[in-house]
Design a protein around this ligand. Sequence first.
Ligand SMILES: [Mg+2]
Length: 340
Amino acid sequence: MAGGFAGARSELELIREIRQGFPAEVRGGCEVRLGIGDDCAILRTRRGWETVVTTDLTLEGRHFRRDLHPAVSVGHRCLARGLSDIAAMGAEPVAAFLSLGLPAASLRTAASRSWVAGFFRGLQALAQRYRVPLAGGDTGQVVGSEIIADIILIGQAPRGKALRRSGARAGDGIYVTGTLGGAAAELRDLMDGCLGRATGREPAGSRPQSFPEPRLELGRALRLRGDITSCMDLSDGLSTDLHHLCEASGVGAELRTASLPLHKLAFERADRLELALHGGEDYELLFTSAAALPKRLRGIAITRIGDVVKPRRGRPVVQMLDEAGARSELKPRGWEHFRR
Ligand SMILES: [Mg+2]
């Protein structure tokens, strides 16, 4: 399967198009000895490094809607989700593998074929930017009318050095990269019809729902510092993800809502705090450190949003301090896509 993509005749045509879309240097990165075209891909592991693997499912109706997300955005987001997990480990991407389930009509009509082409354009543009070869995958027809994409990312990190969720200690600062709430705010605007579909030509970072930016260089920089105690990416929303981090580390957290860096799409909304706390898909990094960190790293803003504290009676409680200094417990309430 891995190197394959083979199957029906129309799929072979599709694969030929995919291969042509990925230039040679991207098709075969230095760790990829054999990519698309054989039964398996062959990857080489750097001496003294270990492999990290992540898989992410992208489901139509759940993670994207064809009327809100153009095909190029769906391709971009599919790869961005995987790369964001690689970034969260401070790892370096080695190769991507993609399995695509398409409705029967997808390869027949011109409009559907152009959707598939757009999907690969989006995926390919991001793959080229981070020099991630697409080393294999599979395609198949789904029974229903909804598209399914599953991406697997292989990455690598020096042995024992990958960033994990489990090392936060009481007294560490809690930090996030970039801004929060933008992806959820953009989705609300798209659903309300007050924002048109993105094209991919907008200024970087202005459409965080349609074209999220994985923080690969920043994740690597955090790993190289050596003073980051825990790290993860924000995919489900800060409230949910911070609970995951606290559980993995066996600690609690104190969050200052006034410190949350808001994306400009979220900033003027009455529900901005809601979006920043519970709106998912920002794909920023959430991490902890006992060190005083700079305000920017690799050109990306770093904001301290709270502190790691001891657990309460063994429970990893997250407390929230609002602007008036009032305390409340923050429950995990991550974003549910397309909920109104
Ligand atoms: Mg993740």
